[in-house]
Design a protein around this ligand. Sequence first.
Ligand code: TRP
Ligand code: ZN
Length: 850
Amino acid sequence: MADGTADPRTIHLKDYTPFPWSIDGVELTFALAPRGTRVTSRIRFRPNEGAQPAPFFLHGEDLRLVEARIDGRAVTPAVTPEGLTCEVPAGAFTWEAVVEIDPEDNTRLEGLYLSRGMYCTQCEAEGFRRITYYPDRPDVMAVFTVRIESDLPVLLSNGNPGPSGPGFAEWHDPWPKPSYLFALVAGELLAHRDSFTTMSGRPVDLAIWVRPGDEGKCAWAMESLKTSMRWDETAYGREYDLDVFNIVAVDDFNMGAMENKGLNIFNSSAVLASPDTATDANYERIEAIVAHEYFHNWTGNRITCRDWFQLSLKEGLTVFRDAQFTGDLRGRGVKRIHDAAFLRSAQFREDNGPLAHPVRPESFVEINNFYTLTVYEKGAEVIGMLRRLVGEDGYRKALDLYFERHDGQAATIEDWLRVFEDATGRDLAQFKLWYSQAGTPRVRVEESYENGTYRLDLTQTLPPSPGQPGKQPMVIPVAVGLLNPNGDEVVPTTVLELTEPRQSFTFKGLAARPVLSILRDFSAPVMLDRQASEGEAAFLLAHDTDEFNRWEAGQTLARRAIRAALDGRSIDAAWAESLRAVLRDTTLSPAYRATILARPSQEETAQALFDEGQTPDPVAIFHAHEAVDLHLARSLPDLLPALFEEGQVPGPYSPDPDAVGRRSLANAALALLSRVDDGARARAQFAAADNMTQSVAALASLLAIGKGAEELRIFHDRWGHDRLVMDKWFALQVGQARPEVAVATAERLTRHPAFDWKNPNRFRSVFGALSGNPAGFHDPTGAGYRLLADWLIRLDGANPLSAARMSSAFSTWRRLDAARQGLIAAELQRIQATPGLSRDLSEMVGRMIA
Ligand code: TRP
Ligand code: ZN
C-alpha cells in the first residue's frame, strides 16, 4: 500500500449510516485486577423506527468474551478481531456480556490501563471497544450507570456519585453520552478540593486527584477551573450540569487531557504546577488546557459529533473558545500573536506538505491520526473568520441557537453552519469550502494610488494538496486599515471580503498615498504575497494601531535580516534602530515588547524559502538565525540590559499576566545578551533563581551558546526525583543543542537510566525536542533520521498512537535537497517494511511517501 487512502480499511464520510438501534441504558460493573479485569455489561437496545435492517454488530478489540446473553438466554456471537455480530430479536432486547481485559499489558494507553499502579481510561476516539463490546461510535448516546469493585481507596467514574462502601463505588451519569466520553479511575489518590456555585445557585464539588506527594501542586489548576467555569457562564451563558467535577492527573498519557463527562483525565504535565517546578509557559498551558477540557462540557459533550469526520465541530470550536478565554485573561493582542506564530510555523507546515487534509477530512484509516493542527488550530481560525464575517452579535445569536437546537445531539458541520445562516441570514455555501479544501491560501497584494483614489488588488490562489488537484475560490476576510504619511489612521479597520479569484477595492478621497496595514489581527489563516518596502514595514512598526500588525511589521523586518544573513549580505543597521524605538516605549506592555524581540521560527524561514522555489538548508538557516541574534545583541548593547532589568520581578513568584510578561521580556533579552556576555548573566540568573521560569531560561540561554554543562549537572542532581522537571532536563539539552551535537546528545540520552521510553512525555522530551531542533535533526549524515526511525519502530510495538504522531517529524522531507530526501525516503521505507507495523504508523508513513 503506497497511498494511505487506498487502504482497504479506509473509512469514508460519504458512507455514513446511522446505527439502527438506540440505547435505553447501560450498566457496567468492573471487577478490577491488573490481569483479568472483568467487565460485565448490561445494555438495553431498542430498534429505531424506520431503520434499515442491518446485522447487529458491536465493536470489540483485544477482549476475551466470557459469556453473552440476550434477554437472559446465552448466545454465541460470531467474533472477529474487530468485534462481534449476533442474531437479535426484532424488537427491544437486553444485551449482557462478561469480558476480561488486561490493564497491565496495555502499553497503548487506550482503553483501560495501569499507570504506575493507578487504573485509568482513555476512550477517545475508539478506546471503549477495548473495554467491552459496544457500538463505539459518537452518535450512539446513552445514560451510564457504573459499579467499580476494588480494594483501592479511590474509585471514580462519570456523573454523580452513588452508593459506595468498602470495596465498591457506584456512579450514575444522567446525561446521555457517547462511549468515547466514558472514564474510570481507581488508585491511591489524594484530593485537592474546592467548590463552585453556578450562576443559578447550584453548588458543585470540585476535586483534583493526584498521587501522594503531588497534592501541593494543584492550586493553580483549581484556580483555572473556577475561572473557566465563571467565564463560560459570562461569555456563553453555559452553566455546569452535575453535582461534582473531578480532574485526575495521570503520568502516562498520550496527549494533553481528555474531557470525559464530569471526570476529566489529564496528563500530569497539564495539571501539576509549583513555582519551583513549573515555568510560566507551563502555568499558561495548564490554565488553557483546564479551560479547554471544561469548555468541552458544552462543546463536545452536551453537543457531540455525529461521526469522527466532524471532529473539528468540537475541537475547532473549543480551541476557539479557550483562545478567547486566554485573550480575556492575558491580553488579546499578545494571545493573537502567539497563536498566529504557532499556526504559521506548525499548521502551515502540515497544510503545505504530504499530510495536508481538510478541516473536515473525507476519509481516514486511523482516526487517531486526525487529531491534528488542521482540525484543531485551523478549525479554530475558521470559526474566528466566521465571527468576523457575522459580527459579535451575529456570533452570539448563532451560538445561542446552536446550544438550543442541538443540545443532547450528535451534530455535523452542516448543523453548525446552518445555525449561523438561520441566526444571521447569511449564505455560507461558499464559506463552507474552508471545511473541505485543504491547503493554505495565498493572497497576492497589489496597490496603486492616483488622484486621491487608492486601489487594492487582491488575488487568491489555493495550491493543490493530496487528493485535491483543483480548488475553488474561498471567502477570505481581509481586515485592512490605511495610515497617512504622518502616521494617522485615515481608514480604520475595515473587513474586505475576498470571494473571487481576483478583486479590486478602492478607497476615495485620500489626500496622499496611504500606507497599507493588511491582514490586521491575522484575520484569515493565509500567506500574504506582498512586496512591502523596508520603509513601510519600519513605518508600520512605529505607527500601526493594530497590535498584531505592528508586531507583524517587526517580523517582516526580521525576515529581511534573516535573508540578508542567509545570502551573506550585511544586515541593515536601520532594523535595530526601528526596534529600539518600540522596545523603549513603556506604554507598550512588557509581554508585547517580548513578542517584538522574538524572531520568526527556523521552520517559518524554511517554508518561505521553499515557497519561493528555493531548497532550504536547515543548517544554513540555523546559522543565519544565529547571525541575526548576534547582530541584535551587538546593536542594542544599551537597551538589552535595560530590558533585562525592567523584566526582573521582585517578591514571591506569581503567574499573573504582568509578572509573566515581565519575565518573558527579561528572558528574551537574556537570550540575546548571552551571545555577547559569554553567558555571565545567564549563569548568575541560574545560580540565583528561585523559580523554574528563571532556571530554565538561564539554562536554555547557556546551552544555546554551547555552555551550561555544569548547570545541567546541578539541575539533574536537584531534580532527579521529579519526572516533570526531568522531562525539561532531557528536552532542553536536545532542543538547545548545537546542530553538530544534537543527534549524539539525543542518542546518549536514550541510554540514560531515566529514559523511560514507554512514557509518552519522556519519549517526547527527547524526540520531540530533536525534531524541534531542525538543524540538528536534519544533520546531513542522516544520523537523526536513523535514530528517530529506530525509535519509532520500537515505540510502535508498544504505543502506535504516539509513534504515529511523532512520525510527522519527517513530513517536510519533500522540500529538502536530494541527498536528505534520499536519506529520509530510505528511513520511511524501512519503517513501512517493518513486519507487524500498526495501522496508525503505516497510514502516516504511507501518506508521507505517496
Ligand atoms: N479530546 C481531547 C481534547 O482535545 C484530546 C484527545 C483526543 C485525546 N484523543 C485523545 C487525549 C487520546 C488523550 C488520548 O481535549
Ligand atoms: Zn479538545
